[in-house]
Write a protein that binds this ligand. Structure first.
Ligand code: BDP
Length: 723
C-alpha cells in the first residue's frame, strides 16, 4: 500500500514538473514571475493597493483579468478589486468612462495619442495618489494594461510613472499560411492551431491565449488562412467557424481576415468566369462580403495572392492587378473592410530577372488602387532570404499605401531549428534609405505613412506559430513573434531593446543572463547569413522544402526556381550582375543607391554578389580574394554558432530545465547544419574557383557528391498539394 502511494506521489510530481516546465514555454513572454527583490516588490505594492475599473465590457474584463493574474504571479497574492477609488488605486477606464474629477489631470495627455494609444500616469486627486491607465478606446486601455505589466516584468520604477504611447502603424497583422487540413505551409511548429473540424463548437484555451499574447504586443489582425488559398473558407459552413474565432479575438482588439481565392466565384458560385470586370462576378463578391459581414460585423477584409506561383488572378482574364484589387475593395468598402493585395509576383514566361518583375508590374499602377487597398510587399525583391536589399517598390510608389510583409517563420533561415533573432533583419530593412524624397526617406517612413502622408498603413508577418506546446518549437522563435509585434507597433524600435525586453520577460531579469544572451541574439542573424549565404549570395537552398544547401540544383522546370539562376557561378566568377551590364535591376533604385552600387568597389560588401558577378580572385576591401573571403565568412558563421553554444552553456542556472535542454539540443543541430552549409557550399563553388581553402577553414568532411546525395523528402513545411 505504502509502495503504491509512493509511486503515485512520484508520478504526480513527475506530471506536475512536466506541466510546470511546458507551461513555461506555453506562457511565452507573459510569465509574470515572482518579484523576489523585496524592496522593489514593496515599492510596487505601495503604489498599487487595489484595482478600480470603470466599465465592464469584455475588453476591460480582459484587461482586469490580466492584471489580477499578473499580480498573483508577481506578488503571490490577490489584487483587491475596489468599488470606489482609494489612495494608490490602479484605475482603468477610457476617457469616456473615467469619472469627471480624474480627467483634468489627464486632459493635456490625450492629445498625444491616437485611438489605439494609451496613457499610464501617476496623478494626484487632492491627496489621493493614483495610477491611471486610460485611452480613447477600450483596446487602448487593454494595451496600456499590458504595457503596465511589462514595466513590472522589466522591474522598471513606477513611482512617477508616465507613459504616453500609441501604435505608429494601423494594421498590425499576422499572416497564417494555414491550410484547412491543418497543415501549415512553411510551418515548423506542428499543425495549424485552428481546429477547423471542431469549430465552431469547440473553443480551445489556446485561442484565448493566442489573443492575449498578440494583444500584449499590439497585434490587431490575423489572416487565418494560407495565401495559397482554398475558396472553401468562404463557404457558409466555414464562415460560422471563422465567426467563432472572431468572437474570441474581438475583446482583444483583433480582427480576423481571410485569404480570398480569386477563382472562388467559379468554385463556390457556379459562375462561368471570375473576370473582375464581369458584373455577375462583381455582384458575387459583393454578396459574399455582405454575407460575411452579416455574421462577423468587424471582419477585417481580404488578403490576396493573385497571378503568382500558379494562383488564379485577374491576369487570367486579361485584366490587371488594379482591376482585381479594386473589385474586392469595392465589395468590402461599405463595411470598412480592406484588401491587402500582394505584390509577390514573378512569371516563368518573363525572361527578365525575377528581382525586377514585381516592380515592373506594379509601379505603373501607382495611384490607381482604391483607398481601402494596401499593396503588400515582401521586404526584399526575391523571397525572404537571410539577407536581401530592400524591395525597390518601397521607393517607387508614393501614391499607394504599401504594407510591409516580413516572414516570421524561418523558411530560409534554418526552420525552427536555428536560433536567429529576426528583429535584427527587420530593423535593417526598416532603416534602409529609399531616397525617394531625398535623404532620410527610410522604409520605416514609407510604411508608417509619414513620408507620403498615408492614412492606411500596415505591416504583416508570416506567423511561426503551430500546435507545438511552446507555440514556435524553438524557444527563441517566440522572440521573433514578439519582435514582429513590437516593430509593427513602432518601426523605429531598436532590435536591442526588443531583445532585452523579451529575454527579461521570458527568462530572467538577471544581468548576468540578459547581457550575454542579448549579444548572442543580436549576432545570430549575421551568423546565419555567414554560414548560409554570405556576401550577397541568395536562394541557394535546396529546392521545394528549402531545407539545407542546394547551390547545384539546376533541373527544375522554372528557371528562377533553380539556385544556379541566382549565383551564376562559373570558372570566371560568381554573383548576379544586376548593373547596367547585366539585368539592370539596379535602375529600380533611386540615386544615390543606383550610382553607388553600380561599381563593386562602392557596393556594401554585404550585397556584393547580389549586384555583381565577380572573378574568384577579385580583391576585396581587406586585401584578400573573393574566394578567400567567401570561405572565411562561412567559417566565421560556424564559429559564431559555437560561441552561441558556449554562452548558452553558461546560462543553465537561469533557465528551467526543459527550455534549457531544448535550446541546447537545438544549438547542436544548428552547429551541425552550419558546418553542413559551409562544407557543401564551399565544395560546390570550389569546383569553379579551383582555389585552395585558407588554412583556418577545415577541409569538408565529405566530397561534393555526398552533399548532393542528401535528400529530405519529409522536411516539414511543404504544402501537401505539391506532392
Ligand atoms: C515563398 C514560399 C511559398 C509561398 C510564397 C508566397 O516558398 O510557400 O507560397 O513564398 O509568399 O516564400 O506566396
Amino acid at each position: 500500500m505504502m509502495y503504491c502511494k509512493k509511486i503515485s506521489l512520484a508520478l504526480l510530481l513527475l506530471v506536475l514538473t512536466f506541466n510546470g516546465y511546458s507551461q513555461r514555454g506555453y506562457d511565452l513572454w507573459l510569465q509574470y514571475d515572482e518579484i523576489e527583490d523585496q524592496k522593489l516588490s514593496k515599492e510596487y505594492l505601495k503604489n498599487v493597493s487595489g484595482l478600480m475599473v470603470f466599465g465592464d465590457s469584455p475588453t476591460l474584463k480582459a484587461a482586469s483579468n490580466e492584471i489580477m493574474r499578473a499580480h498573483q504571479g508577481f506578488f503571490k497574492k490577490e489584487l483587491k478589486r475596489q468599488i470606489s477609488i482609494k489612495a494608490n488605486s490602479l484605475v482603468l477606464g477610457t476617457k469616456e468612462d473615467l469619472p469627471a474629477y480624474v480627467l483634468p489631470a489627464l486632459e493635456q495627455d490625450y492629445s498625444k495619442i491616437n485611438d489605439e494609444g494609451f496613457l499610464i500616469k501617476k496623478i494626484k486627486i487632492g491627496n489621493t495618489p493614483l495610477i491611471v491607465i486610460t485611452g480613447k478606446s477600450e483596446v487602448g486601455v487593454l494595451y496600456g494594461t499590458f504595457r503596465f505589466m511589462r514595466e513590472l516584468q522589466l522591474h522598471n520604477k513606477i513611482e512617477e510613472i508616465y507613459i504616453a504611447d500609441a501604435p505608429k502603424i494601423q494594421k498590425r497583422v499576422l499572416n497564417h499560411w494555414d491550410n484547412l487540413d491543418r497543415t501549415v505551409e512553411r510551418g515548423y511548429a506542428g499543425f495549424s492551431i485552428w481546429d477547423w473540424h471542431h469549430l465552431p463548437e469547440l473553443i480551445k484555451p489556446e485561442y484565448m491565449d493566442y489573443a492575449r499574447a498578440n494583444a500584449s504586443i499590439g497585434i490587431n489582425g490575423t489572416v487565418l488562412t494560407n495565401v495559397n488559398a482554398s475558396s472553401l473558407v468562404l463557404s457558409p459552413m466555414y464562415i460560422e467557424k471563422v465567426k467563432a474565432l472572431a468572437d474570441i479575438f474581438r475583446p482583444y482588439g483583433i480582427q480576423v481576415y481571410l485569404t480570398a481565392r480569386f477563382s472562388a466565384p467559379l468554385e463556390l458560385g457556379d459562375l462561368a468566369t471570375a473576370d473582375p470586370l464581369d458584373p455577375e462576378v462583381r455582384k458575387w463578391w459583393k454578396d459574399k462580403a455582405d454575407e460575411i459581414y452579416a455574421t462577423i460585423p468587424d471582419f477585417g477584409g481580404f488578403l490576396v495572392k493573385a497571378n503568382s506561383e500558379g494562383q488564379p488572378g485577374p491576369n487570367n482574364y486579361g485584366r490587371s492587378h488594379v482591376d482585381g484589387a479594386n473589385m474586392l475593395a469595392e465589395a468590402v468598402a461599405p463595411h470598412n473592410g480592406i484588401v491587402m493585395w500582394r505584390a509577390f509576383v514573378y512569371s516563368e514566361h518573363d525572361p527578365d530577372d525575377r528581382a525586377k518583375q514585381a516592380y515592373s508590374e506594379f509601379v505603373p499602377f501607382d495611384g490607381q488602387f482604391r483607398d481601402n487597398v494596401l499593396v503588400q510587399v515582401k521586404n526584399g525583391p526575391i523571397d525572404f532570404q537571410p539577407r536581401e536589399p530592400f524591395h525597390p517598390i518601397f521607393g517607387a510608389m508614393p501614391n499607394t499605401p504599401l504594407m510591409m510583409e516580413f516572414q516570421i517563420t524561418q523558411e530560409y533561415l534554418g526552420f525552427s531549428s536555428h536560433l536567429v533573432f529576426l528583429p535584427k533583419l527587420f530593423e535593417e530593412v526598416l532603416d534602409e534609405d529609399t531616397f525617394v524624397k531625398g535623404e532620410g526617406s527610410t522604409v520605416a517612413k514609407v510604411i508608417d505613412g509619414s513620408l507620403h502622408n498615408k492614412k492606411l498603413t500596415g505591416m504583416a508577418g508570416v506567423a511561426n506559430i503551430g500546435t507545438a506546446k511552446n507555440w514556435t518549437n524553438h524557444p527563441f522563435g517566440q522572440a521573433n513573434w514578439y519582435g514582429f509585434g513590437r516593430l509593427a507597433w513602432d518601426p523605429y524600435l531598436s532590435s536591442e531593446k526588443i531583445a532585452e525586453e523579451w529575454l527579461k520577460m521570458t527568462f530572467s531579469n538577471d544581468n548576468e543572463f540578459v547581457e550575454p544572451m542579448k549579444e548572442q541574439m543580436l549576432n545570430s542573424r549575421e551568423a546565419v547569413v555567414k554560414y548560409m549565404t554570405p556576401l550577397g549570395l541568395h536562394h541557394i537552398m535546396a529546392t521545394g522544402h528549402h531545407y539545407g544547401p542546394g547551390p547545384w540544383v539546376d533541373d527544375l522546370s522554372r528557371p528562377e526556381w533553380n539556385p544556379v539562376y541566382y549565383h551564376k557561378a562559373d570558372s570566371l566568377g560568381v554573383g548576379f550582375d544586376r548593373t547596367a551590364t547585366g539585368s539592370n535591376a539596379l535602375e529600380q533604385y533611386a540615386e544615390p543607391i543606383s550610382q553607388q552600387y553600380s561599381s563593386p568597389e562602392t557596393t556594401p560588401e554585404k550585397y556584393l554578389l547580389w549586384f555583381h558577378h565577380l572573378p574568384w580572385d577579385y580583391e576585396m576591401k581587406n586585401g584578400k580574394t573573393l574566394w578567400t573571403n567567401l570561405a572565411l565568412t562561412h567559417q566565421e558563421g560556424v564559429e559564431d554558432v559555437k560561441e552561441m553554444k558556449s554562452t548558452w552553456e553558461e546560462m543553465e542556472e537561469y533557465v528551467d530545465k526543459e527550455r534549457y535542454e531544448r535550446v541546447s539540443m537545438l544549438l547542436d543541430i544548428q552547429l551541425k547544419e552550419a558546418k553542413w552549409w559551409r562544407d557543401a557550399v564551399l565544395s560546390y563553388f570550389q569546383k569553379f574557383s579551383d582555389m585552395e581553402l585558407p588554412d583556418s577553414v577545415p577541409q569538408p568532411e565529405h566530397d561534393l557528391e555526398y552533399y548532393k546525395s542528401l535528400n529530405h523528402p519529409y522536411a516539414p513545411g511543404i504544402n501537401p498539394s505539391w506532392n
